[in-house]
Design a protein. Structure first.
Length: 95
């Protein structure tokens, strides 16, 4: 089980009730995450509205800043594209 935790995430064995590892890897508050098919983890940063891809060693291998002020959540569609709920004070940034 993956749990967003501060600047990264926790990976837990829910069946045994134990923490497998803690990964602190970005300078942003993580609000949403998902394990990808390639084994990497996709993280959504709240304050910077940045999506981070983190490898198994906890290193950021890719990042994408969104053109908004902040993000509230990240969800995947059935086609595995990403949907982000966000806020932006400057609507012209979205045009």
């Amino acid at each position: 089980m993956l749990i967003a935790s501060g600047r990264g995430f926790l990976e837990c064995d829910a069946g045994k009730g134990r923490l497998l590892r803690q990964v602190d890897c970005v300078d942003d508050m993580i609000i949403s995450l998902r394990r990808l098919a390639n084994g990497n983890t996709l993280l959504m940063g709240r304050d910077s509205a940045t999506i981070y891809e983190v490898n198994d060693q906890g290193a950021v291998v890719r990042r994408q800043k969104l053109p908004v002020d902040f993000a509230r959540l990240m969800r995947f569609t059935p086609a595995m594209s990403t949907t982000v709920a966000s806020g932006c004070s400057d609507r012209s940034a979205l045009v």
